[in-house]
Write a protein that binds this ligand. Structure first.
Ligand SMILES: *Cc1c(COP(=O)(O)O)cnc(C)c1O
Length: 388
């Protein structure tokens, strides 16, 4: 992490833009993707190849490099335009009949529910476990209504690894397919990492706000070649190897230009990851000193691009207190997915844990080249604001 000589606190005051509208001095996120110079050699290859989309050479190379990163075979990864479409296509490739329910945590990003809707399913929101912020496989298996679920979408919250063997065992015992929204878990899924891909397909986002960002992009990891071929077909108008649409597909392909950014991002990943790890460790220690509790697993052996803490009271009060000191915050998942107007009519369980987390979870500024001074300033302000 860069050490800066400036006293950040002096520059952290909100910039007053007009009529009292203040922009935070420290934004909640500041994504940094590969610079133009790093992408340029790959763009020149595209120029030379005259191949711009539809499974080009760069696309193929990125697929193999990502597969190697995740310890998967080259044919066990499919690239897509983004993770949301990949989730919807994963549900379709699994053959879940439209109109059926899709069990998912209420504590997730709206994309999880949006993908289920896109696949013609009805989201059913379940509560999460307070210790993991994720669905608890035991609680799910004990549900008397499990047979009503066409699929289960489990979410790795903010990139925290899940024990997928437990979900595979549940799926094998109950016959209900499981699909994993691991959008933010690029790093936890690395070869030798804590999250090991088994039978359930796993979807990763390569969005700019994730730890490995290429702008827009997604990837699907699966050990089932026939299933992944179906997903590839669905993402390419239903075509594969011929121009006969054997499935009613859509277009969810990644272009060569996105793959070019992806290859440059892969070149930089060791350094990028080191940056995330360094800021994560510094933050984890500073939060502990400040008496603030981070989301489960933060500071363990994986990185992600968001940091949420459990504020001592309402997150809205914390957000207001930090804004007064020029510190940007974001309630990443708001009041929970179920609370969004689009999903107000969806079936749900009682959600006391989700509601308790949502009320207090507050995203703090977090990006990989922020400075130790900034982190210490933020944690100091937060400790005082929280009355510590
Ligand atoms: C980021 C995210 C998504 C969406 O990924 P996109 O690539 O932007 O479509 C879905 N689910 C979760 C849990 C996410 O964090």
């Amino acid at each position: 992490m860069p050490l800066d000589a400036t006293r950040f606190a002096d520059t952290a005051r909100p910039l007053v833009l007009a009529r009292g509208f203040a922009a935070p001095g420290i934004p909640v996120a500041r994504p940094r993707l590969p610079a133009a110079e790093a992408i340029l050699p790959y763009l020149r290859e595209i120029d030379a190849n005259h191949w711009y989309a539809n499974h080009g050479l760069l696309w193929l190379r990125l697929q193999s490099r990502l597969a190697a990163h995740w310890g998967m075979g080259g044919e066990e990864v499919a690239l897509t335009a983004n993770a949301t479409l990949a989730l919807a296509l994963a549900l379709r490739a699994t053959g879940v009949a439209p109109g059926r329910k899709c069990l998912m945590p209420a504590w997730t990003f709206v994309a999880t529910a949006g993908a289920a809707r896109e696949a013609g399913l009805v989201p059913h929101f379940a509560d999460v476990d307070a210790g993991t912020w994720a669905l608890d496989p035991e609680a799910v298996e004990a549900r008397p209504d499990l047979c009503e679920m066409g699929a289960i979408l489990v979410v790795a919250p903010f990139g925290r690894p899940l024990d997928l063997a437990r979900w595979d065992a549940l799926s094998a015992r109950t016959g209900v397919p499981v699909i994993v929204d691991a959008a933010a878990a690029f790093d936890a899924l690395r070869a030798g990492g804590a999250m090991v891909v088994g039978r359930a397909p796993v979807i990763v986002s390569l969005h700019a706000t994730k730890s490995f960002g290429i702008g827009e992009g997604g990837a699907v990891l699966s050990r089932d070649a026939a299933w992944l071929e179906r997903l590839r077909r669905l993402s390419n108008f239903g075509f594969l190897g011929s121009r006969d649409a054997v499935l009613a597909g859509t277009n969810a392909k990644m272009s060569e230009y996105a793959a070019a950014i992806g290859l440059a991002a892969m070149d930089a990943w060791p350094e990028t990851r080191a940056g995330w790890l360094s800021i994560t460790r510094h933050y984890a220690a500073a939060l502990q000193d400040a008496g603030l509790k981070a989301s489960p697993g933060f500071g363990e052996d994986w990185v992600s691009a968001t940091l949420s803490v459990l504020w001592s009271s309402d997150a809205a009060a914390g957000a207001a207190a930090l804004a007064r000191e020029g510190i940007g915050t974001l309630r990443w998942w708001g009041d929970g997915c179920h609370a969004n107007p689009a999903y107000a009519d969806c079936p749900r369980d009682p959600l006391p844990v989700t509601e308790a987390i949502a009320r207090r979870a507050l995203g703090l500024p977090f990006w990989r080249d922020m400075t130790a001074t900034q982190v210490d300033y933020i944690c100091g302000v937060a400790r005082r604001a929280a009355g510590g």
